[in-house]
Design a protein around this ligand. Structure first.
Ligand SMILES: O=c1[nH]cnc2c1ncn2[C@@H]1O[C@H](COP(=O)(O)OP(=O)(O)O)[C@@H](O)[C@H]1O
Length: 449
């Protein structure tokens, strides 16, 4: 059922991308509720949790003022309603009441359903709930830093939840997937020149359900143990969450599916975020320890998150895939793109993940062994070396006499996205390894030793 505005004669409906925002009525805040009632000029008003008012009735929105610059107090003071019959949402006889707010944050949390409003596409062509701010009314720019909920501190979690209008504390698991953006934290909440929140920071601004003073942005908890626990836990609790970090979350088995080449232009993938990575390799016949045949030398890299992956990254809006992968390689491994760069002909394979709304393209770059060594050296001077990239590594493609150490052990590491699938596909497509050899390495296990 489509959600509609509770104001009589207002036809606003919750439809994707129509630019209309819906506000819940602040039922649990008597002061603001009183101001709403006054602005709406309603007497004997008994709205339910199902009542919402759309952004058309807030004056500041009519001139397209950026919501992030407007406090909700301003919004309410400037409210204008153009209808004189204000009998909205009376408990007894309002037909609309069941239409409204079927999708409140509260209910979504209960069901574990993701936020669906407001939906606008970000620069990656996607804005699903996990990437966005959970505050239902938030209209801040989409690429603001996001903060995880302090789910390891119940006291703080409760305050955060209450501030955004959740009346109960829900199953902790649910908080793992939701975030609040920078738009809701007072500037005092950050350490100087940093985006990291102070340990007891709480959301205090641009919240429709909380109209307290903006400076009320710290929890007054005196439990220093709790605070030190939070700070020492660092980033994995509620630190700054990069807007694209969610793509990197652990993949499920078989989450990435190969896209047939004939379907690469399919509309279906156009609205997904896209990334491209590259398989840099050289033929190499120099035996390792004079025993093991190396087959080829292939470069992977250890990433900041502990996974192995290939150089490359997300494609910016309107950026060509090939330009993006070359740009990323210049940033991540300082590749001299005047000497080496991929072209459309170097495309190897593409995959997609429905869950992550992500398409991953894979390219190859063949160089000589001498060039590869030069690439390795230059990588130490890359812009991203030491932060995003912790070093390039060569892959052992041989297997030792125990049928386990070597390539099979390498395959037991953790690989980002579908990079393991990409590696295996490229080895076979580029005839570096025979399918039987790959199969053997994949099925080898330590029991053989
Ligand atoms: O080598 C790779 N092969 C396949 N997918 C990858 C690889 N590296 C990263 N990914 C996927 O692509 C997403 C974005 O890539 P990456 O982290 O390299 O982008 P960025 O450098 O622009 O932040 C990752 O979160 C992950 O899901």
């Amino acid at each position: 059922m489509v959600q509609t505005c509770s104001v009589p004669n207002c036809d606003s409906k919750l439809i994707k991308d129509n630019g209309i925002i819906f506000y819940r009525i602040p039922l649990h805040n008597s002061k603001s509720f009183e101001r709403w009632s006054k602005a709406l000029e309603i007497e004997n008003w008994t709205p339910t949790e199902n009542c919402v008012v759309c952004s058309k009735h807030f004056q500041k929105y009519s001139d397209q003022t950026s919501p992030s610059e407007v406090s909700f107090t301003d919004l309410l003071c400037g409210s204008v309603l153009n209808d004189s019959k204000r009998k909205i949402c009376s408990m007894n006889n309002n037909k609309r009441k069941s239409n409204n707010l079927d999708h409140t944050n509260t209910k979504r949390l209960q069901k574990g359903i993701k936020k669906t409003i407001p939906i606008t596409l970000n620069k990656y062509g996607t804005r699903n709930f996990e990437q966005g701010c959970f505050v239902q009314t938030c209209q801040a720019p989409k690429d603001l830093p996001l903060y995880r909920f302090p789910y390891n501190n119940k006291h703080l979690l409760h305050i955060w939840s209450k501030r955004i209008g959740l009346s109960t504390l829900y199953d902790l698991e649910l908080y793992l997937d939701i975030t609040i953006c920078k738009n809701h934290f007072h500037e005092d909440c950050y350490d100087k020149n940093s985006l990291q929140l102070k340990p007891n920071a709480i959301p205090s601004i641009n919240l429709i359900d909380y109209l307290g003073p903006p400076e009320n942005c710290f929890s007054t908890t005196t439990n220093s143990e709790e605070i030190s626990m939070m700070t020492s836990n660092g980033d994995h609790t509620w630190g700054w969450l990069g807007s694209t970090e969610q793509f990197g979350r652990i993949s499920e088995l078989n989450e990435f599916i190969e896209i047939p080449k004939s379907q690469l232009q399919d509309e279906k993938y156009a609205c997904f975020a896209q990334a491209a990575h590259c398989f840099i390799y050289a033929e190499n016949s120099k035996k390792v320890f004079n025993i093991y045949h190396p087959r080829a030398t292939i470069l992977m890299q250890l990433r900041y998150d502990g996974y192995f992956g290939f150089p490359g990254g997300l494609i910016d809006a309107n950026e060509d895939i090939v330009n993006a992968v070359n740009r990323e390689m210049a940033e991540e491994i300082n590749l001299n793109t005047d000497l080496h760069s991929v072209t459309n002909d170097d495309h190897v394979i593409s995959h997609w993940s429905e869950k992550k709304k992500l398409v991953l393209h894979f390219y190859k770059l063949k160089v000589t062994m001498a060039e590869l060594i030069e690439i390795e050296k230059r990588a130490l001077l890359a812009q991203d070396y030491g932060s995003e990239v912790l070093g390039t590594v060569r892959i052992p493609l041989y297997t030792l006499g125990d049928h386990y150490r070597g390539f099979p052990v390498f395959l037991k590491h953790n690989f980002i996205g579908c990079s393991r699938e990409q590696l295996i596909a490229a080895l076979s497509i580029l005839n570096i390894m025979k399918p039987e050899e790959i199969k053997l390495a994949l099925s080898a296990n330590s029991i053989n030793i």
